[in-house]
Design a protein around this ligand. Structure first.
Ligand code: PBG
Length: 422
């Protein structure tokens, strides 16, 4: 019974997570009912069916006088001390001045002292799109699809908005024939992403659209930048392309462009490029501390974007490094980033906390494909309770310091927080 949070979320339309005192609450265990009304206890007088004291016609003065005169009215007796099971050892009280369990002893107290909240408003929903009409399931990510940009995507966005998730980030599956060494399709104003942004903005003007800025979906090499013949990923030339990509996305209506490429200096360059084109209102969410992680495996399958050779270790960070995240954060902040992102999420909670404590900017965490797939797989095999682990993992990312979370669970978690079960 060591539930750390109570599985009650907001009702539809409410933008916070908390208790709804007006109706019984269901604990995580699924067993205990909690009635937040003050307990009405035991006997008072015969005839008071519900145990409450019937009203008399005495004035306040009469009541006080009666008590002063020693005619103290009856109230229920204090409840008896609950019995311990036979065989429980009898021990002297531990001399503790502090017993932290006191603040955890009832659902109401636990709710009162809960430090972190989780709301659909914190979620950004990553969505995979493709040119096709059908939604194609992604094998390594149960429940995720490459969505048809015209139909499946629009329906998925509608479902998310229904439960309070109004932010999405788009990842395109680009036809091989459009990929090239320099990834020029990335800034085709009529390419899949800009076209999709225009469609979504037409339908849902208030939807917050984040975009991915990186060349990998468009690169015939599967790298985030331009690859020189000796295998080196060219930094400044790539940044030039990324600026064009970000401007093209902004022109289509993107709200937040998110460079995930880890080239040096791209935040400042993109800021300058956006401003020069009149997009000073468009935000930059920088993938500040993006690690060269094996947790991206299912994502690369989803987009068919595995690097054709080598790995991404010359631009993505070494998972062994902590201080280096501060260097990246300092640069991004001074170059004008609006949001700093840490990726992956759960294995890097210390880095999320580091950035939270060293920057005043909003912090984003990306619960990446591998994290999602592990929870899904564990749930499918009945090794863990998928829903509870999902909610706990998201709560923990918030507790570590993330303001927003990019998560493939966005819709499922929001439904769960809204009390909708499927
Ligand atoms: C690439 C990109 C990746 C992800 C988001 N953008 C993969 C990579 O760096 O190879 C991974 C997201 C995930 O695993 O969920 N620009």
């Amino acid at each position: 019974m060591a539930s750390t949070f109570v599985n009650v979320g907001p009702i539809k339309g409410l933008d916070y997570v908390g208790f709804r005192p007006s109706r019984p609450l269901k604990l995580n265990s699924g067993r205990t009912q909690f009635d937040p009304r003050p307990p009405r206890i035991f006997t008072v007088r015969a005839g008071d069916g519900d145990g409450s004291v019937g009203k008399t016609r005495l004035s306040d003065e009469d009541c006080e006088a009666a008590v002063v005169a020693g005619n103290v009215p009856q109230a229920p007796p204090a409840p008896p001390k609950p019995a311990a099971p036979a065989g429980t050892p009898v021990v002297p009280l531990l001399p503790l001045s502090r017993r932290p369990r006191r603040n955890r002893r009832s659902p109401a107290l636990r709710a009162a002292f809960q430090e972190t909240s989780l709301s659909p408003a914190n979620f950004v929903y990553p969505l995979f799109i493709h040119e096709g009409q059908e939604d194609a399931p992604i094998g390594a990510m149960p429940g995720c699809f490459r969505l048809g940009w015209r139909h499946g995507l629009v329906e998925e966005v509608a479902k998310a908005r229904d439960v309070g998730v109004n932010s999405i980030v788009l990842f395109p599956k680009v036809p091989d024939a459009l990929k090239s060494a320099t990834g020029d399709e990335a800034y085709n104003d009529n390419g899949l992403v800009p076209r999709t942004i225009r469609l979504l903005k037409d339908k849902y003007p208030d939807l917050v659209i984040y975009t991915d800025v990186a060349l990998d979906p468009y690169s015939s090499d599967g790298h985030d930048g331009i690859v020189r013949e000796d295998g080196v990923i060219m930094n400044d030339e790539t940044v030039h392309q990324l600026c064009k990509q970000a401007v093209s996305q902004a022109r289509a209506g993107a709200d937040v462009v998110s460079p995930s490429d880890m080239m040096d200096g791209r935040v400042g360059a993109i800021r300058t490029a956006l401003d020069a084109e009149g997009f000073e209102h468009v935000s930059i969410m920088s993938y500040t501390a993006k690690y060269a992680s094996s947790f991206y495996g299912p994502f690369r399958e989803a987009l068919d974007s595995n690097p054709r050779f080598g790995d991404k270790k010359t631009y993505q960070m070494n998972p062994a490094n902590y201080r280096e995240a501060l260097i990246e954060a300092g640069e991004d902040e001074s170059e004008g980033a609006d949001i700093l992102l840490v990726k992956p999420g759960m294995p890097y909670l210390d880095v999320i906390r580091l950035l939270r404590d060293n920057s005043s900017l909003p912090i984003a965490a990306y619960q990446v494909s591998g994290e999602y797939s592990m929870i899904k797989a564990g749930g499918a095999l009945k090794m863990i309770d998928e829903e509870k682990v999902m909610l706990e993992s998201l709560m923990c990312l918030r507790r570590a310091g993330a303001d927003i979370i990019l998560t493939y669970f966005a819709l499922q978690a929001a439904r769960s927080l809204c009390g909708e079960k499927r």
